[in-house]
Design a protein around this ligand. Structure first.
Ligand SMILES: O=c1ccn([C@@H]2O[C@H](COP(=O)(O)O)[C@@H](O)[C@H]2O)c(=O)[nH]1
Length: 272
């Protein structure tokens, strides 16, 4: 699988364009990998996780044809993960040369908002599928299983386990420490690549809720290795960083390099 990171920040982006904290000032000065937009990933040019208002500029920045996306897997409806009105640009009359519908997959709240914005266009350009936790579906040549996240208690936030071309990918944000049923489901599974929520720096709390932090990541890594969920060639990529962590890209790299954990940045493409 080709994994393309479109965005790697928490909701306010990094730097936050409204903020003059030390981290935001430093990130503006350093630029490069310290400029992070809202979290999203594309797999093999055709399957995308989440769709924020940043998606358009991310596609222009990285030379991506979003018309090729066949399946959109939405984790939850927070504005930095789902902005369905922007998908109007894909509808008949707005976009030309589109030959397949975009399937929007997500929880019931995702379906509600997607249909509010795009319901009248359902058909050749857009279709909807409500995901039920732990029920696997086919998405093109991939198999996708939604898992429970621990994020917003008012919504069934989902993580996604993707099996494609003999490889497996866990898309693990937004979430804190995985809920018990997700841990139980993962037991015995093999992950080639896990993309995990590393919103916060080290705080001393390992089983952090709502969002993971650096301690949580190290704990998950430990369990993945001990339980052989992560194979020898398997890799964790951390993403979804907040400026409130105060850490720059190189700081994250120094922290995680001894564990073989990789730090994602906007525009990074890797294969698993
Ligand atoms: O009280 C606060 C204030 C700010 N945050 C920040 O929110 C984001 C994480 O949440 P998202 O799910 O990405 O919206 C992060 O940048 C925090 O620093 C907070 O969590 N609590």
């Amino acid at each position: 699988m080709k994994i393309h990171f479109l965005g790697t920040a928490a909701s306010e982006g990094f730097p936050n364009v409204f903020c003059s904290c030390e981290a935001c000032l430093t990130a503006r000065k350093l630029g490069g990998k310290n400029i992070r937009t809202r979290a999203s990933v594309i797999v093999d040019d055709t399957l995308k996780f989440d769709y924020s208002a940043d998606s358009q500029m991310q596609a222009l920045r990285d030379g991506i044809d979003l018309g090729r996306i066949e399946h959109l897997l939405v984790t939850h409806t927070h504005y930095d993960h789902f902005y369905p009105g922007d998908l109007t640009s894909r509808i008949e009359g707005f976009a030309h040369g589109i030959e397949h519908p975009l399937w929007i997959h997500g929880n019931d709240l995702v379906m509600y908002h997607a249909r509010q914005a795009l319901g009248k266009f359902e058909g050749d350009r857009v279709r909807f599928n409500r995901m039920k936790p732990f029920q696997r579906i086919a998405a093109g040549s991939a198999w996708v299983t939604p898992l429970h996240a621990d994020h917003d208690p008012m919504e069934t936030c989902l993580l996604y386990f993707v099996e494609k071309d003999g490889k497996t990918l866990l898309y693990g944000n937004d979430t804190g420490w995985f809920p018990e049923d997700t841990w139980a489901w993962l037991k015995g599974k093999k992950i080639d690549m896990a993309i995990l929520d590393c919103t916060h720096e080290k705080t001393g709390i390992k089983q952090k809720n709502y969002h993971m932090n650096a301690d949580t990541i190290l704990e998950v890594h430990d369990i993945f290795v001990k339980e052989q969920i992560l194979g020898e060639a398997g890799r964790i990529y951390v993403t979804h960083f907040t400026h409130n962590s105060t850490l720059m890209h190189e700081d994250w790299e120094s922290m995680f390099e001894p564990y073989g954990i990789c730090v994602a940045y906007d525009g990074l493409t890797v294969h698993c």
